[in-house]
Design a protein around this ligand. Sequence first.
Ligand code: GUN
Length: 294
Amino acid sequence: MPAKIIDGKQVAAEMRAELKTEVAKLQEQGITPGLGVILVGEDPASTSYVTAKEKACAEAGIYSDDNRLPADTTQEDLIAKVKEMNADPRIHGILVQLPLPKHIDEDAVISTIAPEKDVDGFTPGNVGRLVIGQECFMPCTPHGVVQLLARSGVEIGGSHVVVVGRSNIVGKPIANMLLQKKPNANATVTICHTGTRDMAAFTRQADILIVAAGRPNTVTADMMKPGAAVIDVGVNRIPDETKKRGYRLVGDVDFESVKETASLITPVPGGVGPMTITMLMVNTVESAKRHVQP
Ligand code: GUN
């Protein structure tokens, strides 16, 4: 039987409606949640993410301070901008869009973000808290993946989750989140990466397969157990002259074959993507609430 397609847009719309009510309550108390956004350079994928984030914030009633800086911005100037946002009381969350141009040390910039405004959950202290199960900001894409699984009724506890990809943005945090002894977690977790020998031997064991490899067709139907839930985190642009913009988006999973074998699958676009932005707003609103009641 073909898989049920998880509608990320629908889940995101439900969560954004809930969020609007919370923003309205904060506004009654004189607080408008604020997000500071910094984009360096003009990478097309990053530009479209940032534009979508700003639009979603406006719709939710979140103030957004947009900063689009030239590709040759110095590390010093970027760090100065982050420090300015750290000190700005209108801003409760700071987002520095990654990747940064090669001449900038990403770790140095991320470490400058004030921990209480780290709504991306990327600062070393926040990552440490996540690993040891303390309260923290959950990185947005993994947080969105957990919400999609939970709201689709997927049993995570006791399942074998196989994560393909070990990035700091998705692979490492999702693995750590799902192995915690907590609700919507408590899974057995395996991480596969470019150094894994015979990846299919691992992916075939997955009850839940999370693919964040950054490469189309990383997982095909023959590499999975029938009935597994498949979450495709990839966003890849494939040249396509039949499209007006000259490309189409595909994930990391061979959707056409995998959808015939999986029990649940997220599409690209319209799966994980809308959830990432939603969780960023959830974290920003949470940060604003802590500002009212630390
Ligand atoms: N680049 C790709 N995903 C993300 C994200 O979640 N946050 C930031 N800051 N940059 C990204």
